[in-house]
Design a protein around this ligand. Structure first.
Ligand code: NAD
Length: 246
């Protein structure tokens, strides 16, 4: 109910989990800012979502650039006067064994996954604090527990958790809640890159015996963004079909 007409920004929502999140908010009647580093997929998603009868705008934004994150928050406020929900979903992997991991491979993943989360949160909170209301949901990963071959990604996603816990406590007096979701294995273009054999092994290890879908993540995010979770902040919900690892 409270998500109807809520102004919601979902980063990296041109495809994959972000797109699924945007669709679930649209089904609740929220107003959506669809944004991605890839302007074309953002615009395509926004057009599809507009067909669901909700107001939407699309905008290109590289979350690793603070000025672009600021422009994104400003655009939402120019259009609708407020930001109710920010979902920090944009993220990348650049996997590799540590001994072969190049400095730029480390830095890029940290810049987008961790600094990007800071950038968008900082820009949005500047507006949310005036309303003394808001919800931020950050996307971590089961990899925050440490995946071999993903030292960069694991560090970025563990960083997102620490950031979430600190910010949730710090912003609580302003009426802003900050939580995280840690997905397990979700079927998206990101996991389609994994070699088929390894993918099959990963899916076989999931207690619920199926890979997750973007909607499995999106529904938990709806909960964390809505008043149903009014007394929940500085937490992480694990959405992984029962996998251990974090
Ligand atoms: P995806 O690669 O399918 O989609 C990611 C989107 O983010 C793409 O549209 C991409 O263009 C966009 N993006 C990349 N860099 C960006 C930047 N600098 N600024 C703005 N947008 C950018 O990935 P996905 O599987 O949908 O993943 C979404 C989030 O969920 C990521 O944070 C990812 O780390 C996390 N996650 C995914 C899984 C999984 O199994 N798929 C598991 C755990 C966590």
């Amino acid at each position: 109910e409270d998500l109807k007409d809520a102004v919601v920004i979902v980063t990296g929502s041109g495809r994959g989990i972000g797109r699924g999140i945007a669709e679930q908010f649209a089904a609740q009647g929220s107003k959506l800012v669809i944004t991605d580093i890839d302007a074309a997929t953002a615009e395509q998603t926004a057009q599809e979502i507009a067909k669901m009868g909700v107001e939407t705008i699309s905008m290109a934004c590289d979350v690793s650039k603070y000025d672009q994150a600021e422009a994104l928050a400003n655009k939402a406020v120019e259009k609708w006067g407020k930001i109710d929900v920010l979902v920090n979903n944009a993220g990348i992997t650049m996997d590799g064994l540590f001994l072969r991991m190049k400095p730029d491979q480390w830095q890029k993943v940290i810049d987008i996954n961790l600094t990007g989360t800071y950038n968008c949160a900082h820009a949005a909170v500047n507006h949310m604090r005036k309303a003394r209301k808001g919800a931020i949901v950050n996307i971590s990963s089961i990899a925050a527990g440490g995946n071999p071959g993903q030292a960069n990604y694991s560090a970025s996603k563990a960083g997102v958790l620490g950031f979430t816990y600190a910010l949730g406590k710090e912003l609580a007096p302003m009426g802003i809640r900050v939580n995280a979701v840690a997905p397990g294995f979700i079927k998206t273009p990101m996991t389609d890159k994994i070699p088929e054999k390894l993918r099959e092994q990963m899916i076989a290890a999931i207690p619920l015996k199926r890979p997750g879908e973007p909607d499995d993540i999106a529904k938990v995010i709806l909960f964390l963004a809505s008043d149903l979770s009014a007394y929940v902040t500085a937490q992480c919900i694990h959405v992984n079909g029962g996998l251990a690892g974090l």
